[in-house]
Write a protein that binds this ligand. Structure first.
Ligand SMILES: [Zn+2]
Length: 253
C-alpha cells in the first residue's frame, strides 16, 4: 500500500490547523523526497541517529516534532545540518515536521497525550477558552502529595522527574506544557494549579515555586514530547492504511 506524499502533507496540515499558528520554524514538509509513501517513521527530533535509523528501516517519510530551519539558526546547509539533509535527500526520504501544532492538538498533541499517560483530566487550555492552547490545565481524580505525584509521573514516563516543592499543599489541580516551557509557571500559578509540569528546569523557576507555593515538576523535554509524533504516526497509519514505526532515540534532557 502506498499513498501520495502530497495527500499526507495536506491532510496533516489541515488536521493540525497549521495555518492558525505563529511558530519559530516552518510547519509541514521541510524536505521533499519520493512522491509516494508506504512507510512512515516517527520520532522526536530529526537528529542524524534518527535519520540513520529511518534509512535502516526503509522509511519514505520521517515525521518529527523538532525539524529544522529554526528562527535564528544559521542557514547554510553545511556541517551537521548539511549531513542530516544530505542523508535524507540521498535516500529520497521526506521530512515532515510539526512544532507548536503538534504540542496543541487536542487528540494527538504532546500535551493531550501526556495527560492521557499520566491520567490527568483535561479541563481547559492554559490560554483559557482557546482550543489550540499550547499547555493545559486539569485535575487528577485522587489528590496526593507532591512527592507521590512526582513518583507517579516518573513511573509513567520511565524517567526520574525533578521535583521542586512549593508549600505543603496536596496536588489536585495540575497545569502542564511539554518541552521547554518552565517560564509558564507564573501562568500556572495564576490558574490556581497546585503543580506545574514541563520538560526543563532553570534557576529562577526554583525560586518562583518556593516563593509562590506552587510545586514544579521537570519531567524531561524529550520524555514529555515522546508521544505526539508517535500518536500522529499511528493516526496516519490508520487513516491511510500504511506502515508506521516510532523510533525513540534516547535523550536524558
Ligand atoms: Zn520541544
Amino acid at each position: 500500500m502506498s499513498v501520495a506524499l502530497k495527500d499526507i502533507v495536506s491532510y496533516c496540515n489541515d488536521y493540525l490547523s497549521v495555518d492558525r499558528f505563529k511558530d519559530y520554524c516552518p510547519n509541514g514538509l521541510q524536505v521533499e523526497g519520493k512522491g509516494t509513501v508506504s512507510k512512515i517513521v516517527s520520532g522526536v527530533t530529526a537528529s542524524q541517529a534518527l535519520i540513520d535509523a529511518a534509512v535502516e528501516s526503509g522509511a519514505d517519510l520521517l515525521l518529527v516534532h523538532h525539524g529544522y530551519f529554526w528562527k535564528g539558526e544559521a542557514e547554510p546547509l553545511v556541517g551537521i545540518k548539511g549531513n542530516r539533509i544530505r542523508t535524507l535527500m540521498k535516500h529520497d526520504i521526506s521530512l515532515l515536521a510539526y512544532h507548536l501544532p503538534l504540542d496543541a492538538h487536542p487528540e494527538v498533541g504532546n500535551n493531550a497525550q501526556l495527560a492521557k499517560i499520566i491520567g490527568i483530566h483535561i479541563e481547559d487550555g492554559m490560554d483559557q477558552g482557546n482550543p489550540l492552547s499550547v499547555g493545559n490545565v486539569g485535575s487528577i481524580s485522587q489528590p496526593m502529595s507532591a512527592t507521590a505525584f512526582s513518583d507517579l509521573v516518573s513511573d509513567k514516563l520511565n524517567r526520574k522527574a525533578v521535583l521542586v516543592e512549593g508549600d505543603s499543599r496536596t496536588v489536585k489541580r495540575v497545569a502542564w506544557c511539554t518541552g521547554s516551557a518552565e517560564r509558564m509557571i507564573e501562568r500556572a500559578d495564576q490558574l490556581g494549579a497546585d503543580i506545574f509540569i514541563s520538560g526543563e528546569i532553570s534557576e529562577p523557576v526554583v525560586h518562583y515555586a518556593r516563593e509562590a507555593g506552587i510545586h514544579y515538576l521537570s519531567a524531561g523535554h524529550h520524555a514529555t514530547e515522546r508521544y505526539g509524533a508517535k500518536a500522529l504516526g499511528e493516526h496516519l497509519s490508520k487513516t491511510f492504511g500504511i506502515e508506521h514505526q516510532f523510533i525513540d532515540i534516547d535523550n536524558p534532557a
